[in-house]
Design a protein around this ligand. Structure first.
Ligand code: DAS
Length: 338
């Protein structure tokens, strides 16, 4: 893609945050039990000299963590840095190197708060940089090509590993350790990376990035939203504890179509709602629509439903929704729009 300064290679910023892609192990055969977030951005870039053939690449270490330690402070720092860089004419796209454990959450958060149509591609690896057949270098190479491509403009935040292109809204980690772990189970990949080129076959129908109403530029904290997991014999202890700790929203990862256990859970969520906590019905199942007024009388309870967002992504949208409103009808609109 010609950049704003004319023909030639695109200008791509690589923002490093840690993870396995920056991990190192005791030997070349260490593929579990390694240490994540030990290798700096310059080493990552120098390990792939071919990057120079596809883009003008600059690197920046935003922070260096294993992504299970991701939190709202890191998200706000990363989002603000991404938006500052994308506003620059000499930046055509951004790659973010990230741990795989929460890549689906960070990418969805960015999908809702990035204020540009320019490509943002989040990439990780399932084997540390020191391992035989480390997947980080080829994933990084493909991510830089994708972030510099015209094809990726306006597609929302993308997650690209293992030659596959996923949308941030629907991608999720499906396997604890294999290289093909990132999938969009029923709605599918958006496309593939093949022969150093992106091939798109679909795109998200939901609002994202430049079309999003959410803006974190002036925020330093985000509302506390927690998740309770549904299971047989569930009690109300966790719900009451989150309310007591000051949660502004609770996501219920229910069994089936977001079903609420009675007599333990439904009254607990009603009590929380009466204290002003926004209740969101999601599902532990992982695919499908959680139907409004299906397994619970949401209109009567004044609950919100997650549509197809899994619990960890529904938490993110509810958290951002609460930066704008506590009106449950408006929040439900957001869940049917994003
Ligand atoms: N702990 C994992 C993380 O940082 C390692 C990885 O898979 O990236 O998310």
């Amino acid at each position: 893609m010609a950049n704003a300064r004319g023909p030639g290679l695109p200008n791509v910023m690589v923002l490093a945050t840690g993870g396995t892609i920056a991990g190192s192990g005791a030997s070349s055969t260490t593929v579990v039990g390694y240490t994540a977030a030990t290798v700096g951005i310059e080493t990552l870039l120098n390990a792939v000299p071919e990057l120079k053939t596809v883009a003008n690449v600059k690197g920046e270490q935003v922070f260096q963590i294993a992504s299970e330690n991701m939190n709202n402070d890191y998200w706000l720092k990363l989002a603000k840095r991404v938006n500052t860089l994308l506003a620059q004419d000499d930046v055509d796209g951004i790659v973010i190197t990230h741990g795989t454990d929460t890549i689906e959450e960070t990418s969805y958060f960015l999908n809702l708060v990035v204020k540009s149509k320019k490509p943002v591609v989040v990439v990780g690896a399932m084997r540390p940089s020191t391992a035989i057949s480390a997947d980080g270098p080829i994933n990084l190479f493909n991510a830089v090509i994708l972030a510099g491509s015209e094809e990726a403009v306006g597609k929302g935040v993308l997650v690209a590993l293992n030659d596959q292109i996923n949308a941030a809204r629907d991608v999720t980690k499906n396997n604890t350790s294999t290289a093909d772990t990132f999938r969009t189970p029923e709605l599918g990949f958006l496309g593939y990376m093949q022969g150093n080129k992106p091939y798109f076959y679909r795109q998200s129908t939901r609002r994202h990035t430049a079309d999003s109403e959410f803006d974190v530029s002036n925020l330093d904290v985000l509302p506390q939203v927690d998740i309770v997991y549904g299971y047989a014999n569930m009690n109300r202890v966790a719900i009451d504890a989150f309310v007591a700790a000051g949660a502004k929203g609770i996501v219920h990862a229910g069994v089936g179509d977001g079903s609420l256990a009675r007599p333990a859970v439904e009254p607990a969520l009603d009590d929380a709602r009466k204290k002003g906590v926004v209740i969101l019905r999601s599902s532990r199942v992982g695919n499908g629509i959680v139907a409004r007024n299906g397994e619970a009388k949401d209109d009567e309870h004044d609950f919100v439903v997650s549509d197809t967002l899994n619990p960890q992504k529904a938490r993110i949208l509810l958290m951002l929704a609460l930066t704008k409103t506590t009106d449950t009808k408006d929040i439900q609109r957001m869940f049917f729009a994003y």
